[in-house]
Every structure is written in structure tokens, then in C-alpha cells.
Design a binder for this molecule. Structure first.
Ligand SMILES: Cc1ncc(COP(=O)(O)O)c(C=O)c1O
Length: 387
């Protein structure tokens, strides 16, 4: 199946999996438990809804299909999926090597769990192969990164890092939330586990919080599945239904997100109130060539630094009429935020300053509204604070 067909159909088999009615839209199976005829044989493989649920299973099959993978597991949030990786696959004394630019909540989780459970956590700039090569000498058990990264849109060479990981015997985890499988498939480039906050583009309508782990490796899948059930941070049937529904239009939405992001990036790059742009689709982006090699589009996320103080940034944000000032991303509506004060407020200030996450850095999630309306909204708001 091609991506578009898998997005619509995979995981849902109206005349078999969902029973006798032939529902074209997957029903929301709310039952917490499933009756059986004999103690040793669960009906159709379902026994208790934490362990397995028909609506969640349909979503898990769809998630695996769109990442061209064998297995997928759905969780109650992206963060719950991350916790499951750490609990399932690491032991006290293990080393995690993580890229320096990560969603603030992911960094917070890595830092806290490492200190609580005696893991060694190292950060490195993954855009520098030499730095990663040096860090590999520390023999990490796990290597963890996002590309494009949040919020600085760093592009990391997945094939190169995968090769280094397999030489070093490290497992690699790639957070594919920003790109989605529509634009990038890390498993095909050698990654071991793909992580998603399905809250974002996969659900796509800002009305569900969820996460997913996807792999081709039987052993990793079994370990992760064990903790999905034992830890219990599962996606609910209703959220599974919403995410199934959202994925059906992923391929219809992503090109519009990208077109709008690209137009916004071009507009902002030429504006006198903008000091620096971060969008991998721009020729000037340092990761542009790698993005071209490993992605089939540059995505709908961008960041920029305003040439003004925090008060003017606040006035600019307050003047916007179409964009919502809100955390999160990947929904049909355009969102804008200040990472240092919002999504990345949990990253210590000195770390933020080292990375370049200042109070004037603004992150944009381009929605699917009219490009003209989005640009004129930004233009008017920038003009309203320009000297
Ligand atoms: C790149 C990335 N990964 C993971 C997460 C965590 O996902 P969730 O908010 O669904 O727990 C986020 C949330 O913003 C994110 O942006």
C-alpha cells in the first residue's frame, strides 16, 4: 500500500476485525473487559482493555503501516511513551546520549529519571558528527534525538547517526513528531525506535493527547509492550478513535502545513524586525542539504528571533488575530509561542542561553488556514511594534 492508502485504510478491516456490522469507521470499543467462554481462551485475543483494545489495536496497526514498520504501540501521551522506553530498556548505570535540542518536557524527563534511577545522561550537538563520534566513546546504551528538533529546527543525519549507533552497539530513538512519517521515515534509515507525540500532527486537530512507539525489532517491541501493559499508560479508546480519524487526512494536511510554513519563513526572512530564521526549507539553513536527502518535505514548523526586547515580543504576540498564542503544534490552526517562557521553561536558563533559546525566540506551527491571511496577520502585528 502507498502511504495515502495506508493512512486511510490500514488497521481497519470493516468486515473482519470489527465484527459483523462492517463499520467503515472504526467503532469506539469502550468495554473495559471482554467476556470469554473458557478461562484459557480470550475472545478474539482481547481479555482486558489495558492489555489490548480493538480501537487501540486498529490505531496501532495504522501507525505501524504509515511508518512502514512491523509494530506500533499507543500511549496516553508522548511523554508516557518516552517513560515506557526508559523503564523498559535501561538499567541503573546505563548511559543515555541525547541531542542538546529537545522538547523541554523530554529533556526534563531524561534529566529527572536519570538522576532518580542512576543513569548517566550526556548531551551533545548531534549536528556535529565529530562531537557525536567523541561521545560514542562513552559507550551509550541509548541514543536519543529529534529531527527537526524543537525549537531550533536542527537537522540530524539519521543514516549517519544510525551507523554510529550500530558500530557502538547503542539503541537509537528518533522522535519523529515534527516531520511525521509523511515527510520522514527514520526506521528505513537505521533507527531502532520511532517516537511520536500523536497529540501533534498525527491527530492533527488539537483535541487529543497521545503518544506512540514504533519499531521493526521483535525483541524491543515485546519489551515495550510488556511495560505498555504493566505500566498501564495506554491510549483511551476515544483518543484512539480520534487519532485514527486524524491520520486519515495526514497526507492531505501535511503539504498545506509545509506550504504555509515555507511562505511564512520567506516572508519573515526579509523582515527588518527579524534577526534570525530557523526553517530547514530555507537554502540558508545549515541542515538544508541533509533535510533534502532524508525528508520528502521540510515540515510545518519554524522558529525566528525577533529583533526586539521581551516587551515588544509580548505586544507582537498580543496583536495577532489569526494565530493563537498557545503551546503544542501540528493542529489545523496556526499556533505561536515563546519556548523560553512556555514549552521549554523547564530547561535551566543557563542551558537555554547556551543553546540560543532566548526570550525573543518565537516558534510557529503553521496551520492550514489561508497563506495570505497568515502572512498579513504576522505583517500587521510586526508593523504594530516596529519603531
Ligand atoms: C517533539 C516532542 N516530543 C514529545 C513531546 C511530548 O508529547 P506529549 O505532550 O504528548 O506528552 C512533545 C510535546 O510537545 C514534543 O514536541
Amino acid at each position: 500500500m502507498k502511504f495515502e492508502t495506508a493512512a486511510v485504510h490500514a488497521g481497519e478491516e470493516p468486515l473482519t476485525q470489527t465484527g459483523k456490522f462492517g463499520d467503515v469507521a472504526m467503532p469506539i470499543h469502550l468495554s473495559s473487559t471482554f467476556a470469554r467462554k473458557v478461562p484459557t481462551e480470550p475472545t478474539e485475543g482481547f481479555e482486558y482493555s489495558r492489555t489490548g483494545n480493538p480501537t487501540r489495536l486498529a490505531l496501532e496497526r495504522k501507525l505501524a503501516a504509515i511508518e512502514s514498520a512491523k509494530f506500533a504501540l499507543a500511549f496516553s501521551s508522548g511523554s508516557a511513551a518516552e517513560t515506557t522506553i526508559l523503564l523498559s530498556l535501561l538499567r541503573t548505570g546505563d548511559t543515555i546520549l541525547a541531542s542538546d535540542d529537545l522538547y523541554g518536557g523530554s529533556r526534563r524527563l531524561l534529566v529527572n529519571m536519570s538522576s532518580n534511577f542512576g543513569l548517566r545522561l550526556l548531551f551533545s550537538d548531534f549536528t556535529s558528527p565529530d562531537k557525536v563520534k567523541g561521545a560514542m566513546r562513552e559507550k551509550p546504551k541509548m541514543v536519543w534525538y529529534e529531527t527537526p528538533s524543537n525549537p531550533l529546527m536542527k537537522i540530524i543525519d539519521i543514516a549517519l547517526i544510525s551507523e554510529m549507533c550500530s558500530e557502538a552497539g547503542a539503541l537509537s530513538v528518533v522522535d519523529n513528531t515534527f516531520a511525521t512519517p509523511y515527510f520522514q521515515m527514520p526506521l528505513g534509515m537505521g533507527a531502532d525506535i520511532v517516537l511520536h507525540s500523536t497529540t501533534k500532527y498525527l491527530n492533527g486537530h488539537s483535541d487529543s493527547v497521545g503518544g506512540a512507539l514504533i519499531t521493526d525489532n521483535d525483541d524491543l517491541h515485546e519489551k515495550l509492550k510488556f511495560y505498555q501493559n504493566a505500566g498501564g499508560a495506554i491510549l483511551s479508546p476515544f483518543d484512539s478513535y480520534l487519532t485514527l480519524r486524524g491520520i486519515k487526512t495526514l497526507h492531505a494536511r501535511m503539504p498545506i502545513h509545509e506550504r504555509n510554513a515555507s511562505s511564512i519563513a520567506s516572508f519573515l526572512s526579509g523582515h527588518r524586525m527579524v534577526k534570525k530564521m530557523y526553517y530547514p526549507g530555507l537554502d540558508s539553513h545549515p541542515g538544508h542539504a541533509i533535510a533534502k536527502k532524508q525528508m520528502r518535505g521540510f515540515g510545518g514548523m519554524l522558529s525566528f528571533v525577533m529583533d526586539s526586547d521581551q516587551a515588544a515580543v509580548s505586544r507582537f504576540l498580543g496583536s495577532l488575530k489569526v494565530f493563537y498564542l498557545a503551546e503544542s503544534l501540528g493542529g489545523v490552526e496556526s499556533l505561536i509561542e515563546v519556548p523560553a517562557l512556555m514549552t521549554h521553561a523547564s530547561v535551566p536558563e543557563n542551558e537555554r542561553n547556551k543553546l540560543g533559546i532566548s526570550n525573543s525566540l518565537i516558534r510557529v506551527s503553521a496551520g492550514i488556514e489561508s497563506e495570505t491571511d497568515l502572512i498579513s496577520d504576522l505583517k500587521d502585528a510586526l508593523e504594530s511594534v516596529a519603531d
